[in-house]
Design a protein around this ligand. Sequence first.
Ligand code: PEP
Ligand code: MG
Length: 588
Amino acid sequence: MKTDRTKAKGERIFDGVVGASGIAIGPAHVSEAGALQVPEYEIKPDDIASEIGRFEVALRRSQNQLTKLKTKSLALPDAAAEELGYLLDAHLLMLTGSRLVRGVEETIGKKGINAEAAVQMAISEVARGFESLPDAYMAARADDVREVGARLIRNLTDTPFQAFTHLPAGTIIVAEELSPADAALIDPQIVAGFATVLGGKESHTAIMARSFGLPAIFGVAGLLGGVKSGETVIVDGAAGRIIVDPSQETLKDYESRRKVLERERRQLDRLIDLPAETGDGVTIGLQTNLELPREVDGALTVGAAGIGLLRTEFMFMNRDTPPGEDEQYEVLAGLVAAMGGRPITVRTLDVGGEKLAYSLGEQLGDPVNPALGLRAIRLSLKLVKLFETQLAAILRASAHGPVRILLPMIAGTGEVRQTREILTRVIKRLKRRGSPIGDPVPPLGVMIEVPGAALAADALAAHVDFFAIGTNDLTMYTLAIDRADEQVAHLYNPLHPGVLRLIQFAVQAGQRAGIPVSVCGEVAGDPRYTALLLGLGVRDLSMAAPCLPRIKQRIRQIDMAAATARAEIIMSQADSGRIATLLDDFNG
Ligand code: PEP
Ligand code: MG
């Protein structure tokens, strides 16, 4: 977004919400778009209508992005909000029944070319028109036209908005938005933290930031116009604050705070060889969640007992076509080997919703409501070949060590039954082919993250070998709060009595059936919730690796009998504010 507010000098403060804690200080990299690839090809007359449809989807997506940016800009001081508001309105206007939009649709129809090429042609024409105007202000609008065109093309091609190459070590990335696929391109050896204008603290991108151990702030209004690449930036992952061009005094203050955090981390490292045992001797299983294979070293360093949740989406991101069986097998077998006999829980593909994978773009369609649409297990059961390929790769990897198969977004026993049929077929095929698989075959478990699944946990427990409670989605679906939407982020609350009852019911159903139950949502990695989860009967937790030492420290302070008694009191409460107070008092 081009505005003149970057002319400001001296310390500037921007507030947002904490996505991942910690303190980072470094040069800003204001993320411009990655190199735009504009594919050009001819289309058949029969495909014109669907090509125009594709353009309309990109148009709607672009309008939504601009509307969200506009809402966000309202949080800025008056003058800044007004200035940015005008600019965003101008961009929106260009995308609403304008000459540009009509031009693209006509060009697709008349020239028989793809939407990206048509956008490029229409943009060049309109921009040239502006540039030829004698009025300097109007001539400068050509830049806006090009910016709008680039947004459209990126939304058509699903090009990541970011380019993260050639950055100096310790860089702080500043961007409009980072998708999980963008975040997967971040190298934590180079990037020290990031901040975005859009996005919520429960989003998948925030989860990745916590996994990488990178401080991150989301929903920071006015950020893009307020910082230039190269300026020094502080990411304050305690207060949810970005400080640009800090004074010497501020810098010194944050440097000493960072040192304190480092000292604390070193102290926690000393716990690695101690057992995760409560004060009264109850052992808790601590495992880690994995977003990307490179995090496996981190899991081993913190002494994880296994991988409690391997999110496999990374294999499908930032590529044009899905990976084949051999490629998936290589990656999984590598992880199994690296874990040296500790179990790995591989979750099958959980794309859809906010976790879009470009390689499946066409097949995901344009859902009316992505969070309630064709995602996770529903998509796998529809694209059976894709599912079979992934299951075959997991089964083959299980020949090398303990593996469990975990199904996302299960709503009922029907989906488990269908999966078992497919699994049986794949096992037979692999045996016929002579491909070794684990013996016995991996246990099959389900995520409990849909309220219906939690309520039907008794029935589900009879059909599966384990439960993994996904409190992120369970909270989102129980409270009808989009976890990736910063506008409702303040309403997202795992301490709502409705959410806690569902967790408790699922834990008890698992205990009645004698199957293991773990919690792998973000609450598992937050020491605030540990006593409550233990008190509700949870004995296995899986979390981002950097969170594990602090959770172990918390477990060692807890007396299980006291935590159970406090959980009982909490479960008799109706108000989430009261529940929070009771929990925080217990935590001391
Ligand atoms: C969850 O929903 O709690 C979960 C662990 O899965 P994800 O965050 O990948 O949706
Ligand atoms: Mg989930």
